[in-house]
Design a protein around this ligand. Sequence first.
Ligand code: 0L1
Ligand code: MG
Length: 262
Amino acid sequence: MALSSKTLDQLAKHLHACQREARDTPKITDEHPEMDWDDAYAIQDRILAAKLKGGARIAGYKAGLTSHAKMRQMGVTDPVFGFLADEFTVPDGGEVKVSELIHPKVEPEICFVTRTELTGPGCSIASVLAASDVVLPGIEVIDSRYRDFKFDLKSVVADNTSAARFVVGGRAVDARSVDLRTTGIVLEKNGVPVALGAGAAVLGHPAAAVAMLVNHLGRRGKSLPAGSLILSGGATEAVAVQAGDHVTLRMQGMGSVSLRFV
Ligand code: 0L1
Ligand code: MG
Protein backbone atom coordinates (compact mmCIF):
# COMPACT_ATOMS: atom_id res chain seq x y z
CA MET A 1 0.00 0.00 0.00
CA ALA A 2 1.27 3.45 -0.85
CA LEU A 3 -1.15 5.63 1.14
CA SER A 4 -1.43 6.00 4.91
CA SER A 5 -4.49 4.76 6.77
CA LYS A 6 -5.41 8.38 7.52
CA THR A 7 -5.32 9.32 3.83
CA LEU A 8 -7.41 6.25 2.91
CA ASP A 9 -9.98 7.30 5.52
CA GLN A 10 -10.08 10.87 4.18
CA LEU A 11 -10.44 9.77 0.55
CA ALA A 12 -13.21 7.29 1.42
CA LYS A 13 -15.07 9.97 3.38
CA HIS A 14 -14.68 12.40 0.49
CA LEU A 15 -15.90 10.00 -2.23
CA HIS A 16 -18.77 8.74 -0.07
CA ALA A 17 -19.90 12.34 0.54
CA CYS A 18 -19.65 13.08 -3.21
CA GLN A 19 -21.89 10.06 -3.91
CA ARG A 20 -24.49 10.94 -1.28
CA GLU A 21 -24.55 14.65 -2.16
CA ALA A 22 -24.36 14.19 -5.97
CA ARG A 23 -21.23 16.34 -6.06
CA ASP A 24 -18.42 15.80 -8.56
CA THR A 25 -14.69 15.88 -7.87
CA PRO A 26 -11.42 15.70 -9.80
CA LYS A 27 -10.05 12.16 -9.90
CA ILE A 28 -8.26 11.35 -6.66
CA THR A 29 -5.02 10.24 -8.33
CA ASP A 30 -4.43 13.90 -9.32
CA GLU A 31 -3.56 14.53 -5.63
CA HIS A 32 -2.29 11.00 -4.93
CA PRO A 33 -0.53 9.68 -8.07
CA GLU A 34 1.22 7.01 -5.99
CA MET A 35 -2.10 5.33 -5.03
CA ASP A 36 -1.90 1.59 -5.79
CA TRP A 37 -4.55 -1.10 -6.41
CA ASP A 38 -4.65 -2.19 -2.76
CA ASP A 39 -5.24 1.42 -1.75
CA ALA A 40 -8.04 1.75 -4.31
CA TYR A 41 -9.89 -1.34 -3.02
CA ALA A 42 -9.17 -0.31 0.58
CA ILE A 43 -10.95 3.00 -0.09
CA GLN A 44 -13.90 1.12 -1.62
CA ASP A 45 -13.94 -1.19 1.45
CA ARG A 46 -14.04 1.84 3.75
CA ILE A 47 -17.03 3.26 1.83
CA LEU A 48 -18.79 -0.09 2.22
CA ALA A 49 -17.97 -0.17 5.95
CA ALA A 50 -19.41 3.33 6.38
CA LYS A 51 -22.61 2.30 4.60
CA LEU A 52 -22.96 -0.86 6.70
CA LYS A 53 -22.36 1.16 9.84
CA GLY A 54 -25.16 3.49 8.74
CA GLY A 55 -27.57 0.54 8.47
CA ALA A 56 -27.21 -0.31 4.76
CA ARG A 57 -27.01 -3.88 3.50
CA ILE A 58 -25.15 -5.38 0.56
CA ALA A 59 -27.69 -5.96 -2.22
CA GLY A 60 -25.20 -7.47 -4.65
CA TYR A 61 -21.88 -7.28 -6.43
CA LYS A 62 -20.82 -5.93 -9.79
CA ALA A 63 -18.19 -6.41 -12.41
CA GLY A 64 -17.58 -3.37 -14.57
CA LEU A 65 -15.80 -2.54 -17.80
CA THR A 66 -16.20 -6.16 -18.91
CA SER A 67 -16.98 -5.51 -22.58
CA HIS A 68 -14.72 -4.19 -25.32
CA ALA A 69 -17.40 -1.56 -26.09
CA LYS A 70 -17.17 -0.20 -22.52
CA MET A 71 -13.40 -0.50 -22.34
CA ARG A 72 -13.10 1.42 -25.62
CA GLN A 73 -15.64 4.02 -24.45
CA MET A 74 -13.69 4.65 -21.23
CA GLY A 75 -10.18 4.16 -22.64
CA VAL A 76 -9.25 1.35 -20.22
CA THR A 77 -8.15 -2.28 -20.54
CA ASP A 78 -9.20 -4.24 -17.44
CA PRO A 79 -12.42 -5.08 -15.56
CA VAL A 80 -13.10 -3.66 -12.11
CA PHE A 81 -15.28 -4.87 -9.22
CA GLY A 82 -17.62 -3.16 -6.78
CA PHE A 83 -20.59 -3.63 -4.47
CA LEU A 84 -24.27 -2.73 -4.69
CA ALA A 85 -25.88 -1.28 -1.56
CA ASP A 86 -29.59 -1.71 -0.89
CA GLU A 87 -30.05 2.06 -1.23
CA PHE A 88 -29.15 1.71 -4.95
CA THR A 89 -32.10 -0.60 -5.67
CA VAL A 90 -34.94 0.62 -7.89
CA PRO A 91 -38.10 -1.45 -8.48
CA ASP A 92 -38.90 -2.59 -12.02
CA GLY A 93 -40.67 0.32 -13.76
CA GLY A 94 -39.64 2.63 -10.93
CA GLU A 95 -38.31 6.18 -10.89
CA VAL A 96 -34.77 7.48 -10.56
CA LYS A 97 -34.45 11.11 -9.48
CA VAL A 98 -31.73 12.75 -11.57
CA SER A 99 -31.39 15.47 -8.90
CA GLU A 100 -29.81 12.76 -6.70
CA LEU A 101 -27.17 11.99 -9.35
CA ILE A 102 -24.42 13.87 -11.19
CA HIS A 103 -24.39 12.64 -14.82
CA PRO A 104 -26.14 9.25 -14.98
CA LYS A 105 -25.68 6.71 -17.74
CA VAL A 106 -27.40 3.35 -18.20
CA GLU A 107 -26.04 0.03 -19.31
CA PRO A 108 -27.70 -3.33 -20.04
CA GLU A 109 -26.46 -6.22 -17.93
CA ILE A 110 -27.02 -9.96 -17.61
CA CYS A 111 -27.45 -10.59 -13.87
CA PHE A 112 -26.77 -13.82 -11.99
CA VAL A 113 -28.21 -15.09 -8.71
CA THR A 114 -26.11 -17.80 -7.09
CA ARG A 115 -27.38 -20.86 -5.26
CA THR A 116 -24.17 -21.92 -3.53
CA GLU A 117 -21.07 -20.15 -2.28
CA LEU A 118 -18.33 -19.53 -4.86
CA THR A 119 -14.67 -19.38 -3.92
CA GLY A 120 -11.51 -18.44 -5.81
CA PRO A 121 -8.84 -18.56 -7.03
CA GLY A 122 -9.56 -21.15 -9.68
CA CYS A 123 -13.18 -20.19 -10.28
CA SER A 124 -14.20 -20.77 -13.92
CA ILE A 125 -17.22 -20.27 -16.17
CA ALA A 126 -18.17 -23.88 -15.38
CA SER A 127 -18.03 -23.29 -11.60
CA VAL A 128 -20.17 -20.17 -11.97
CA LEU A 129 -22.81 -21.97 -14.04
CA ALA A 130 -22.81 -24.91 -11.62
CA ALA A 131 -23.32 -22.57 -8.64
CA SER A 132 -25.87 -20.30 -10.32
CA ASP A 133 -29.58 -20.40 -9.77
CA VAL A 134 -31.09 -17.95 -12.27
CA VAL A 135 -30.09 -15.20 -14.68
CA LEU A 136 -32.24 -12.17 -15.40
CA PRO A 137 -32.05 -8.77 -17.10
CA GLY A 138 -30.85 -5.70 -15.25
CA ILE A 139 -30.13 -2.05 -15.98
CA GLU A 140 -27.25 -0.48 -14.10
CA VAL A 141 -27.25 3.29 -13.63
CA ILE A 142 -23.65 4.40 -13.30
CA ASP A 143 -22.74 7.86 -12.05
CA SER A 144 -19.02 8.41 -11.74
CA ARG A 145 -18.27 10.94 -9.09
CA TYR A 146 -15.39 12.18 -11.27
CA ARG A 147 -15.83 15.40 -13.17
CA ASP A 148 -16.80 14.80 -16.82
CA PHE A 149 -16.22 11.03 -16.36
CA LYS A 150 -12.46 11.77 -16.48
CA PHE A 151 -10.68 9.11 -14.44
CA ASP A 152 -8.20 6.26 -14.35
CA LEU A 153 -8.98 2.71 -13.27
CA LYS A 154 -7.66 3.04 -9.72
CA SER A 155 -9.76 6.15 -9.12
CA VAL A 156 -12.80 4.28 -10.50
CA VAL A 157 -12.23 1.35 -8.11
CA ALA A 158 -11.96 3.70 -5.13
CA ASP A 159 -15.26 5.26 -6.25
CA ASN A 160 -16.95 1.84 -6.07
CA THR A 161 -16.91 1.58 -9.88
CA SER A 162 -19.42 4.41 -10.32
CA ALA A 163 -22.23 2.32 -8.76
CA ALA A 164 -25.35 4.42 -8.20
CA ARG A 165 -28.66 2.63 -8.96
CA PHE A 166 -29.80 -0.61 -10.52
CA VAL A 167 -32.95 -2.48 -11.39
CA VAL A 168 -33.43 -6.16 -12.12
CA GLY A 169 -36.64 -7.74 -13.36
CA GLY A 170 -38.12 -9.37 -16.40
CA ARG A 171 -38.27 -13.16 -16.35
CA ALA A 172 -35.62 -15.05 -14.40
CA VAL A 173 -34.53 -18.23 -16.19
CA ASP A 174 -32.39 -21.19 -15.15
CA ALA A 175 -28.80 -20.11 -15.76
CA ARG A 176 -28.04 -23.45 -17.46
CA SER A 177 -31.08 -23.42 -19.74
CA VAL A 178 -29.86 -20.61 -22.02
CA ASP A 179 -26.79 -19.96 -24.14
CA LEU A 180 -25.79 -16.67 -22.56
CA ARG A 181 -23.29 -15.95 -25.34
CA THR A 182 -26.03 -15.62 -27.97
CA THR A 183 -28.62 -13.97 -25.73
CA GLY A 184 -29.74 -10.85 -27.60
CA ILE A 185 -29.91 -7.49 -25.83
CA VAL A 186 -31.80 -4.37 -26.93
CA LEU A 187 -31.62 -1.18 -24.86
CA GLU A 188 -34.31 1.37 -25.69
CA LYS A 189 -34.48 5.02 -24.70
CA ASN A 190 -37.90 6.61 -25.14
CA GLY A 191 -39.01 3.72 -27.34
CA VAL A 192 -36.00 3.93 -29.67
CA PRO A 193 -33.29 1.23 -29.68
CA VAL A 194 -30.05 2.97 -28.68
CA ALA A 195 -27.71 0.04 -28.01
CA LEU A 196 -27.73 -3.56 -29.27
CA GLY A 197 -25.63 -6.46 -28.13
CA ALA A 198 -25.31 -10.11 -27.16
CA GLY A 199 -24.05 -11.79 -24.02
CA ALA A 200 -20.74 -12.73 -25.65
CA ALA A 201 -19.82 -9.03 -25.64
CA VAL A 202 -19.05 -9.54 -21.94
CA LEU A 203 -15.65 -11.27 -21.94
CA GLY A 204 -16.89 -13.92 -24.40
CA HIS A 205 -19.40 -15.23 -21.81
CA PRO A 206 -20.94 -13.20 -18.95
CA ALA A 207 -20.19 -16.01 -16.48
CA ALA A 208 -16.49 -15.23 -17.11
CA ALA A 209 -17.06 -11.82 -15.48
CA VAL A 210 -18.55 -13.51 -12.41
CA ALA A 211 -15.61 -15.94 -12.28
CA MET A 212 -13.21 -12.97 -12.41
CA LEU A 213 -15.11 -11.33 -9.54
CA VAL A 214 -14.88 -14.55 -7.48
CA ASN A 215 -11.15 -14.87 -8.19
CA HIS A 216 -10.68 -11.22 -7.24
CA LEU A 217 -12.51 -11.82 -3.94
CA GLY A 218 -10.46 -15.00 -3.39
CA ARG A 219 -7.20 -13.06 -3.73
CA ARG A 220 -8.51 -10.82 -0.97
CA GLY A 221 -9.49 -13.69 1.34
CA LYS A 222 -13.21 -13.36 0.60
CA SER A 223 -15.83 -15.51 -1.13
CA LEU A 224 -19.10 -14.85 -2.94
CA PRO A 225 -21.93 -15.93 -0.60
CA ALA A 226 -24.78 -18.20 -1.73
CA GLY A 227 -27.77 -16.16 -2.87
CA SER A 228 -25.69 -13.28 -4.24
CA LEU A 229 -26.90 -11.06 -7.06
CA ILE A 230 -24.13 -10.17 -9.51
CA LEU A 231 -24.29 -7.65 -12.35
CA SER A 232 -21.85 -9.03 -14.93
CA GLY A 233 -21.13 -5.71 -16.66
CA GLY A 234 -22.54 -3.61 -19.49
CA ALA A 235 -22.87 -5.57 -22.73
CA THR A 236 -22.83 -2.33 -24.75
CA GLU A 237 -21.43 1.13 -24.25
CA ALA A 238 -23.22 3.18 -21.58
CA VAL A 239 -25.94 5.62 -22.68
CA ALA A 240 -26.41 9.05 -21.07
CA VAL A 241 -29.87 9.82 -19.67
CA GLN A 242 -31.70 12.86 -18.36
CA ALA A 243 -34.97 13.72 -16.63
CA GLY A 244 -37.93 12.62 -18.75
CA ASP A 245 -36.17 9.60 -20.24
CA HIS A 246 -37.79 6.18 -20.12
CA VAL A 247 -35.35 3.29 -20.50
CA THR A 248 -36.30 -0.31 -21.28
CA LEU A 249 -34.00 -3.31 -21.59
CA ARG A 250 -35.30 -6.26 -23.62
CA MET A 251 -33.36 -9.47 -23.20
CA GLN A 252 -34.00 -12.51 -25.39
CA GLY A 253 -36.08 -15.12 -23.53
CA MET A 254 -36.09 -13.03 -20.33
CA GLY A 255 -38.64 -10.31 -21.05
CA SER A 256 -37.96 -6.68 -20.20
CA VAL A 257 -37.13 -4.37 -17.33
CA SER A 258 -37.47 -0.60 -17.24
CA LEU A 259 -36.76 2.65 -15.42
CA ARG A 260 -38.00 6.23 -15.65
CA PHE A 261 -35.78 9.23 -14.98
CA VAL A 262 -37.58 12.14 -13.34
O1 0L1 B 1 -20.29 -0.76 -14.38
C1 0L1 B 1 -19.29 -0.42 -14.99
O2 0L1 B 1 -19.05 -0.73 -16.17
C2 0L1 B 1 -18.26 0.38 -14.24
C3 0L1 B 1 -18.03 1.61 -14.93
C4 0L1 B 1 -16.96 2.41 -14.27
C5 0L1 B 1 -16.53 3.49 -15.14
C6 0L1 B 1 -17.67 4.37 -15.57
O3 0L1 B 1 -18.15 5.16 -14.78
O4 0L1 B 1 -18.03 4.29 -16.76
MG1 MG C 1 -22.08 -1.82 -15.07
